[in-house]
Design a protein around this ligand. Structure first.
Ligand code: DC
Length: 222
Protein backbone atom coordinates (compact mmCIF):
# COMPACT_ATOMS: atom_id res chain seq x y z
CA UNK A 1 0.00 0.00 0.00
CA UNK A 2 1.35 3.44 -0.90
CA UNK A 3 0.65 4.66 2.67
CA UNK A 4 3.53 2.49 3.88
CA UNK A 5 5.98 3.99 1.42
CA UNK A 6 8.16 6.56 3.22
CA UNK A 7 7.98 10.16 2.06
CA UNK A 8 10.28 13.04 2.83
CA UNK A 9 8.48 16.32 2.14
CA UNK A 10 10.46 19.48 1.48
CA UNK A 11 8.33 22.61 1.43
CA UNK A 12 9.38 26.24 1.34
CA UNK A 13 9.41 29.48 -0.63
CA UNK A 14 10.97 29.83 -4.07
CA UNK A 15 14.74 30.10 -4.18
CA UNK A 16 15.37 28.38 -0.83
CA UNK A 17 17.29 25.63 -2.62
CA UNK A 18 14.55 22.98 -2.47
CA UNK A 19 15.04 21.77 -6.04
CA UNK A 20 18.77 21.15 -5.77
CA UNK A 21 18.53 19.67 -2.28
CA UNK A 22 15.53 17.44 -3.01
CA UNK A 23 17.04 16.03 -6.19
CA UNK A 24 20.34 15.30 -4.43
CA UNK A 25 18.55 13.63 -1.53
CA UNK A 26 16.41 11.48 -3.83
CA UNK A 27 19.55 10.35 -5.62
CA UNK A 28 21.41 9.61 -2.36
CA UNK A 29 18.49 7.65 -0.94
CA UNK A 30 17.62 5.92 -4.24
CA UNK A 31 14.05 7.26 -3.85
CA UNK A 32 11.67 8.70 -6.42
CA UNK A 33 11.44 12.46 -6.80
CA UNK A 34 8.38 14.67 -7.18
CA UNK A 35 8.90 18.24 -8.38
CA UNK A 36 5.34 19.42 -7.74
CA UNK A 37 6.17 22.96 -8.90
CA UNK A 38 6.93 21.47 -12.32
CA UNK A 39 3.38 20.11 -12.44
CA UNK A 40 1.92 23.56 -11.74
CA UNK A 41 4.34 25.11 -14.22
CA UNK A 42 3.41 22.54 -16.89
CA UNK A 43 -0.24 23.34 -16.32
CA UNK A 44 0.60 27.03 -16.82
CA UNK A 45 2.11 26.16 -20.23
CA UNK A 46 -0.88 23.97 -21.13
CA UNK A 47 -3.32 26.74 -20.17
CA UNK A 48 -1.49 29.34 -22.24
CA UNK A 49 -1.27 26.92 -25.20
CA UNK A 50 -5.00 26.24 -24.96
CA UNK A 51 -5.67 29.99 -25.05
CA UNK A 52 -7.62 29.71 -21.81
CA UNK A 53 -8.19 32.71 -19.51
CA UNK A 54 -6.22 32.15 -16.25
CA UNK A 55 -9.24 33.27 -14.23
CA UNK A 56 -11.67 30.86 -15.89
CA UNK A 57 -11.34 28.19 -13.19
CA UNK A 58 -13.56 25.63 -14.89
CA UNK A 59 -11.58 25.83 -18.11
CA UNK A 60 -8.24 25.62 -16.22
CA UNK A 61 -9.51 22.54 -14.35
CA UNK A 62 -10.51 20.99 -17.66
CA UNK A 63 -6.99 21.53 -19.02
CA UNK A 64 -5.51 20.11 -15.77
CA UNK A 65 -7.61 16.94 -16.07
CA UNK A 66 -6.98 16.39 -19.76
CA UNK A 67 -3.26 17.18 -20.05
CA UNK A 68 -0.93 14.25 -20.52
CA UNK A 69 2.23 14.85 -18.45
CA UNK A 70 5.19 12.53 -18.56
CA UNK A 71 8.27 12.81 -16.40
CA UNK A 72 11.20 11.20 -18.06
CA UNK A 73 13.35 10.54 -14.98
CA UNK A 74 17.03 9.99 -15.63
CA UNK A 75 20.19 12.04 -15.15
CA UNK A 76 18.86 14.86 -17.31
CA UNK A 77 15.11 14.65 -16.61
CA UNK A 78 12.67 15.83 -19.26
CA UNK A 79 9.05 16.83 -19.00
CA UNK A 80 6.71 16.05 -21.85
CA UNK A 81 3.35 17.80 -22.16
CA UNK A 82 1.10 15.97 -24.61
CA UNK A 83 4.28 14.55 -26.12
CA UNK A 84 6.02 17.93 -26.46
CA UNK A 85 9.28 18.55 -24.54
CA UNK A 86 8.66 21.58 -22.29
CA UNK A 87 11.63 21.04 -19.91
CA UNK A 88 13.21 24.42 -20.66
CA UNK A 89 10.02 26.31 -21.20
CA UNK A 90 8.81 25.80 -17.65
CA UNK A 91 11.95 27.25 -16.11
CA UNK A 92 11.26 30.93 -16.75
CA UNK A 93 10.13 33.37 -14.05
CA UNK A 94 7.08 34.18 -16.17
CA UNK A 95 6.01 30.56 -16.11
CA UNK A 96 6.56 30.41 -12.31
CA UNK A 97 4.41 33.50 -11.85
CA UNK A 98 1.61 32.14 -14.02
CA UNK A 99 1.83 28.83 -12.14
CA UNK A 100 1.54 30.69 -8.84
CA UNK A 101 -1.59 32.47 -10.08
CA UNK A 102 -3.46 29.38 -11.22
CA UNK A 103 -2.28 27.48 -8.12
CA UNK A 104 -4.45 29.77 -5.98
CA UNK A 105 -7.67 28.04 -7.09
CA UNK A 106 -8.87 25.14 -4.92
CA UNK A 107 -10.50 23.15 -7.78
CA UNK A 108 -7.27 23.40 -9.80
CA UNK A 109 -5.26 22.06 -6.85
CA UNK A 110 -7.80 19.26 -6.36
CA UNK A 111 -7.47 18.27 -10.02
CA UNK A 112 -3.70 17.85 -9.58
CA UNK A 113 -3.77 16.03 -6.24
CA UNK A 114 -3.85 12.43 -7.45
CA UNK A 115 -1.20 13.07 -10.13
CA UNK A 116 1.13 14.03 -7.27
CA UNK A 117 0.16 11.18 -4.94
CA UNK A 118 0.85 8.69 -7.74
CA UNK A 119 4.56 9.43 -7.32
CA UNK A 120 4.53 7.64 -3.95
CA UNK A 121 6.08 4.33 -4.88
CA UNK A 122 8.60 1.93 -3.34
CA UNK A 123 11.23 2.36 -2.07
CA UNK A 124 10.35 5.98 -1.11
CA UNK A 125 9.69 9.51 -2.32
CA UNK A 126 11.24 12.93 -1.86
CA UNK A 127 8.50 15.50 -2.58
CA UNK A 128 9.36 19.15 -3.25
CA UNK A 129 6.70 21.89 -3.12
CA UNK A 130 4.58 24.24 -1.05
CA UNK A 131 1.95 21.91 0.44
CA UNK A 132 3.66 18.53 0.37
CA UNK A 133 3.66 18.09 4.17
CA UNK A 134 0.34 19.82 4.79
CA UNK A 135 -2.02 18.58 2.05
CA UNK A 136 -0.53 16.13 -0.43
CA UNK A 137 1.31 13.82 2.00
CA UNK A 138 0.12 14.88 5.48
CA UNK A 139 1.08 11.44 6.86
CA UNK A 140 4.69 11.70 5.63
CA UNK A 141 7.05 10.48 8.35
CA UNK A 142 9.71 13.08 7.48
CA UNK A 143 8.97 16.76 6.89
CA UNK A 144 11.31 19.64 6.27
CA UNK A 145 10.56 23.32 5.72
CA UNK A 146 13.49 24.81 3.85
CA UNK A 147 13.72 28.57 3.88
CA UNK A 148 16.16 31.47 3.47
CA UNK A 149 15.98 35.27 3.64
CA UNK A 150 14.25 36.92 0.65
CA UNK A 151 17.40 38.79 -0.35
CA UNK A 152 19.51 35.62 -0.30
CA UNK A 153 16.92 33.80 -2.40
CA UNK A 154 16.70 36.59 -4.95
CA UNK A 155 20.50 36.64 -5.27
CA UNK A 156 20.69 32.89 -5.78
CA UNK A 157 17.95 32.93 -8.39
CA UNK A 158 19.61 35.89 -10.12
CA UNK A 159 22.89 33.96 -10.43
CA UNK A 160 21.11 30.84 -11.72
CA UNK A 161 19.17 32.78 -14.35
CA UNK A 162 22.18 34.82 -15.44
CA UNK A 163 24.16 31.60 -15.93
CA UNK A 164 21.38 30.46 -18.26
CA UNK A 165 21.69 33.74 -20.14
CA UNK A 166 18.31 35.12 -19.05
CA UNK A 167 17.62 38.84 -19.28
CA UNK A 168 16.82 39.73 -15.64
CA UNK A 169 17.69 42.43 -13.11
CA UNK A 170 18.18 41.76 -9.40
CA UNK A 171 15.74 44.48 -8.53
CA UNK A 172 12.92 43.09 -10.66
CA UNK A 173 13.63 39.55 -9.49
CA UNK A 174 13.50 40.58 -5.81
CA UNK A 175 10.11 42.22 -6.37
CA UNK A 176 8.80 39.17 -8.24
CA UNK A 177 9.99 36.80 -5.53
CA UNK A 178 8.37 38.90 -2.81
CA UNK A 179 5.13 39.06 -4.79
CA UNK A 180 5.12 35.29 -5.40
CA UNK A 181 5.88 34.59 -1.69
CA UNK A 182 3.01 36.81 -0.67
CA UNK A 183 0.59 35.15 -3.09
CA UNK A 184 1.67 31.61 -2.12
CA UNK A 185 1.41 32.38 1.61
CA UNK A 186 -1.82 34.35 1.61
CA UNK A 187 -3.97 32.17 -0.63
CA UNK A 188 -6.92 30.45 1.02
CA UNK A 189 -6.19 27.03 -0.50
CA UNK A 190 -3.16 25.09 0.76
CA UNK A 191 -1.10 28.19 1.58
CA UNK A 192 2.64 27.93 2.03
CA UNK A 193 3.18 27.26 5.73
CA UNK A 194 5.34 25.18 8.04
CA UNK A 195 3.68 21.75 8.30
CA UNK A 196 3.00 20.31 11.78
CA UNK A 197 6.05 18.45 13.07
CA UNK A 198 8.28 19.73 10.25
CA UNK A 199 11.90 20.60 10.96
CA UNK A 200 12.71 24.14 9.78
CA UNK A 201 16.06 24.52 8.03
CA UNK A 202 17.26 28.04 7.18
CA UNK A 203 19.70 27.75 4.29
CA UNK A 204 20.75 31.44 4.29
CA UNK A 205 24.21 30.74 5.69
CA UNK A 206 24.61 27.10 4.72
CA UNK A 207 26.18 25.45 1.70
CA UNK A 208 24.13 22.93 -0.30
CA UNK A 209 26.17 20.09 1.24
CA UNK A 210 25.45 21.38 4.75
CA UNK A 211 21.72 21.55 3.98
CA UNK A 212 21.78 18.01 2.58
CA UNK A 213 23.61 16.74 5.68
CA UNK A 214 21.04 18.45 7.92
CA UNK A 215 18.16 16.85 5.96
CA UNK A 216 19.77 13.43 6.17
CA UNK A 217 19.96 13.88 9.96
CA UNK A 218 16.22 14.45 9.95
CA UNK A 219 15.54 11.09 8.38
CA UNK A 220 17.96 9.39 10.73
CA UNK A 221 20.96 9.16 8.46
CA UNK A 222 19.34 6.50 6.24
O1 DC B 1 8.43 25.51 -6.85
P1 DC B 1 8.16 26.32 -8.13
O2 DC B 1 8.79 27.66 -8.11
O3 DC B 1 8.51 25.54 -9.36
O4 DC B 1 6.57 26.52 -8.15
C1 DC B 1 5.94 27.40 -9.05
C2 DC B 1 4.61 27.85 -8.47
O5 DC B 1 3.69 26.76 -8.41
C3 DC B 1 4.68 28.37 -7.03
O6 DC B 1 4.94 29.77 -6.98
C4 DC B 1 3.32 28.06 -6.47
C5 DC B 1 2.90 26.83 -7.23
N1 DC B 1 3.07 25.60 -6.44
C6 DC B 1 2.08 25.31 -5.55
O7 DC B 1 1.14 26.08 -5.39
N2 DC B 1 2.13 24.16 -4.84
C7 DC B 1 3.16 23.33 -4.97
N3 DC B 1 3.18 22.19 -4.27
C8 DC B 1 4.22 23.64 -5.86
C9 DC B 1 4.14 24.80 -6.58
Amino acid sequence: MSGNVPVLTIDGPSGAGKGTVSRALAKKLGWHFLDSGAIYRSLAVAVVQAGVDLHDIEAVVHVARSMDLQFDANDSPRILLNGQDITHRIQTEDCGNTASQIAGHGPVRAALLQKQRDFRREPGLVADGRDMGTVVFPDAPYKIFLTAGAEVRANRRYKQLKEKGADVTLDRLTKEIEERDRRDKERAEAPLMVPNSAIVVDSSNLTIDQVIARCLDVIGGR
